[in-house]
Design a binder for this molecule. Structure first.
Ligand SMILES: Nc1ncnc2c1ncn2[C@@H]1O[C@H](COP(=O)(O)OP(=O)(O)O)[C@@H](O)[C@H]1O
Ligand SMILES: [Mg+2]
Length: 235
């Protein structure tokens, strides 16, 4: 797949009747087969940017040019499952009746939920619910997935498992991902490229070329973390 081209994207909200600028002319080109992480502090406009890319919201000005045959999927911080449907039925909800049952079985295996296919969301842990949400997104053959802090509510260990899951899926399917987080370690672990969003603009653009497993406790990644902390001006 080719690039997603964002040009001079501007978005303001109205707060107390005054315009409140959130995105102030963002331009960037992202490779839709890579993992691009948008990293920034809470309130900097990450969700706004994702909502604009997904088409859930309109920009005030600027354009987004999508690659041909783009099929965008979304994953949020909460799993947003339907509590009255089983794990499997949540995954297949809305698919055409002749959906590929073998593919759904394979997806359940990928996310480690084969034994819980018939369990209800209330019987699943937070991590399992998020894995269901991930399978639901993947079942739709999306070739670009927008993830808005999808693991922020999970404990450290579950988060690690889910991050590895994302890397495995990426390696197996070449699905592009735009991943929003405020967590620097998560960004370092997942990203092919990190875009830092600050004061309404992309202020840093860091490409991480790395084959195979990453160890973010090595000198190279600790240096990168220092660089990012400086870019975000966190002492
Ligand atoms: N619908 C809205 N109306 C008014 N202000 C909003 C709205 N949505 C977001 N904002 C404000 O825009 C800023 C950016 O929000 P958001 O994109 O959610 O940030 P992030 O996802 O980085 O935490 C915040 O200050 C937030 O309060
Ligand atoms: Mg947000």
């Amino acid at each position: 797949m080719s690039d997603l081209i964002i040009n001079n994207l501007t978005k303001s909200y109205r707060v107390n009747n005054d315009p409140y600028p959130v995105l102030k002319g963002i331009s960037c080109t992202t490779d839709c087969s890579a993992i691009t992480v948008i990293l920034g502090k809470s309130g900097c406009g990450k969700t706004t940017l994702l909502r604009l890319i997904s088409g859930l919201e309109e920009p005030d000005a600027g354009t987004i040019k999508y690659p041909a045959n783009i099929n965008i999927g979304m994953m949020f911080q909460e799993a947003r499952l339907m509590p009255w449907l089983t794990c499997e039925k949540n995954i297949t909800f809305g698919l055409p009746p002749n959906y590929d049952k073998e593919k759904i079985r394979a997806l359940l295996t990928t996310v480690g939920l084969t034994n819980f296919a018939h369990a209800y969301p209330g019987e699943l842990s937070g991590g399992m619910q998020q894995r269901t949400a991930l399978a639901r997104t993947l079942a739709r053959d999306s070739n670009l997935i927008l993830m808005d802090e999808p693991f922020a509510a999970l404990d450290y260990f579950t988060r690690q498992i889910m991050q590895k899951e994302v890397l495995k899926i990426k390696a197996a399917s070449h699905t592009g991902i735009i991943f929003v987080t405020h967590n620097i370690d998560e960004a370092l672990l997942l990203a092919d490229r990190i875009l830092i969003l600050k004061d309404g603009n992309i202020t840093s653009d860091i490409t991480i070329a790395c084959q195979g497993q990453r160890d973010i406790l090595t000198a190279r990644f600790i240096d990168l973390k220092r660089q990012i902390l400086a870019a975000l001006q966190i002492k």
